[in-house]
Structure formats: structure tokens, C-alpha cells
Ligand binder design. Structure first.
Ligand code: SAM
Length: 277
């Protein structure tokens, strides 16, 4: 079915972007198709899209082989719009009105008896809650799902950073304990309507066959303590977890290191020391 062009449609229907919901839209189907193409999508896959907004990426996802696309949107204006604009696809496209911070994708599949070979998340995330959403998934039941997620460039770099990089920190350590992560695509500001202040990038996350470290709860606590005082040495920043010097010694980690100098393996050893403490 031929649909009116998305850009014209949202202008005519006065669906203007709201800053408070981090709304920056991608309306070019060539670009959204490239984002959808960052993951291999099979016909038994279910794709979650968080924050579909006007539906530029939704359209690209509908053009893939996925058996179902579940789109969660907080802005009621767009929920109504998506149901109208994609009325012919409802069934394969499910539009949920709600806050993605409160709807957990794996649990949603279970509660609704939706079965699939694999589930994936592909989204141009709202920047104000993007990091929190990603942390929920990567430390939650979705940690073995593939994801292609648009973040502001800074956040994408923090997810994909290696030890010693400027952006290395809690997000990279938690992510890379269970997933591979790389920047799949840079997206310039002017590709969005309205353009955000900063450049963006899509981080591609794929689960590791075998986790490097399983206890993400302890890893979360240790990295929180270490990086909340980034400029301090471990011997002082780890104090909230116990005798910091003793923890470093038990882990075989130099207490004079700053957190960005410690490898993920060093952090895993610190976690083990904290648990025995
Ligand atoms: N995917 C669309 C695109 O690429 O044009 C819109 C992306 S825009 C950056 C982020 C979208 O997330 C907006 O539609 C916004 O209303 C929605 N959003 C913001 N916070 C949300 C939340 N907590 N739960 C669900 N959707 C949210």
C-alpha cells in the first residue's frame, strides 16, 4: 500500500518533536534501512523497537523478514499516529503505549506467550533515558539478545571502549563482561529532525558465547565505587566496599592504580575478593 511521505504526514498532522521526551526523528528510509541492516534478521525473529516516534525506523523494520515488531512508545500522540499510519500492518506490528523503563522485553514475551527463535532490540533511543534502558537490558534477561542502539556518540564510545581509552569505564566493563560491542555506524546531527546538539552513533551489541564474568551485580557495585571517584586511586575509591588495600591485595591488583588503568579481568578479581570479604 502506498502511504503519504512520513515527513509531510507528521507536518500536516502537527506531530512536532517534544524536547522533554528526547525526540529527534529519522525520516529517511535509506538511513533507517541501514540501521535495521546492522543485525541479521530472520523470519522467526521478534524485534523490539523502543521509542518508535513517527515510525521512520519502524518502516524499515517492517521491511525486514521479522515475524513481529513490538514498538513501545511513551508519547500517546505517536501511539495513535502509528496505529493509523501502519494500520495495514497491525498484527505483525504491535504498538504498546507505555514507559520502556517499566516494560521489560523478555518478560513481555513470556507474559504474552510470544515465542520466537530470537528476540532483538533495534532503536533510536531517547537520549535522556538511553543509558538507563541499556543498563537494564545488559544486566537483565535481555543480556543474550542482539541489539543495535542509537545513542549520542559519547555514550556509544563509553559502551565500546577498551582499557586505557578516554571513554573506558563502568558501561564498557559491564557490557563487555557479557557482550561484544562495537560502533556500527556514525550518524551526523543533521540526519535528525530536529538535529540534536551532538553527533550520534549506533552501538552494535552481540552476546558472547561464554560470558567473561557472570556476576554483574557485584561488578556493578565495584565499578560504581571505583568510577564514582575516577581521579582517585583504588585504595581510596574502594573504601565503601571494605578495607580497600586488603581487597586489592587479595585480588592481585595494585592499589595505586586509577580505575581507568585496571583491565576488566582486574575488576573481576576485585569482585571475587569483595565476595569473600
Ligand atoms: N525512533 C524514532 C525515530 O528514529 O525517528 C524516534 C526516536 S526519538 C530519539 C525517541 C523516542 O522515544 C520518541 O518518540 C519518544 O517519545 C520516545 N520515548 C521517550 N522516552 C520514552 C520512554 N521512557 N519509553 C518509551 N518511549 C520513550
Amino acid at each position: 500500500m502506498s502511504r503519504p511521505k512520513l515527513g509531510e504526514y507528521i507536518r500536516e498532522n502537527e506531530l512536532f518533536a517534544k524536547k522533554s521526551l528526547g525526540q529527534h526523528f529519522l525520516l529517511d528510509i535509506n538511513l533507517t534501512s541501514k540501521i535495521a541492516g546492522l543485525l541479521q534478521i530472520d523470519d522467526d525473529d521478534v524485534i523490539f523497537e523502543i521509542g518508535p516516534g513517527p515510525g521512520g525506523l519502524t518502516q524499515a523494520l517492517l521491511n525486514t523478514k521479522a515475524k513481529k515488531i513490538i514498538a513501545i512508545e511513551k508519547d500517546e500522540r505517536f501511539v495513535e499516529h502509528l496505529k493509523t499510519y501502519f494500520s495495514d500492518d497491525l498484527g505483525r506490528l504491535e504498538v504498546i503505549s507505555g514507559d520502556a523503563l517499566k516494560i521489560f522485553p523478555a518478560q513481555y514475551l513470556r507474559d504474552n506467550g510470544i515465542e520466537c527463535k530470537s528476540a532483538k532490540i533495534i532503536a533510536n533511543l531517547p537520549y535522556n533515558v538511553g543509558t538507563q534502558l541499556f543498563l537494564n537490558w545488559v544486566t537483565g534477561e535481555e543480556k543474550d539478545w542482539e541489539m543495535a542502539l542509537m545513542f549520542q556518540m559519547e555514550v556509544a564510545k563509553r559502551i565500546c571502549a577498551q582499557t586505557g581509552d578516554n571513554h573506558y569505564g563502568r558501561l564498557a566493563i559491564l557490557t563487555q563482561a557479557v557482550c561484544h560491542a562495537h560502533v556500527g555506524m556514525h550518524v551526523p546531527r543533521l540526519a535528525f529532525s530536529p538535529p540534536p546538539k551532538v553527533e550520534s552513533a549506533v552501538a552494535v551489541i552481540t552476546p558472547k558465547k561464554k560470558n567473561r564474568y557472570d556476576d554483574l551485580e557485584t561488578l556493578g557495585k565495584v565499578t560504581q565505587a571505583a568510577f564514582s571517584q575516577r581521579r582517585k586511586m583504588l585504595r581510596s575509591s574502594l573504601a565503601p566496599l571494605g578495607d580497600a588495600e586488603a581487597l586489592c591485595e587479595a585480588a592481585g591488583v595494585k592499589p595505586t592504580l586509577r580505575p581507568e588503568q585496571l583491565s576488566p579481568e582486574g575488576f573481576y578479581a576485585l569482585c571475587e575478593a569483595v565476595k569473600k570479604n
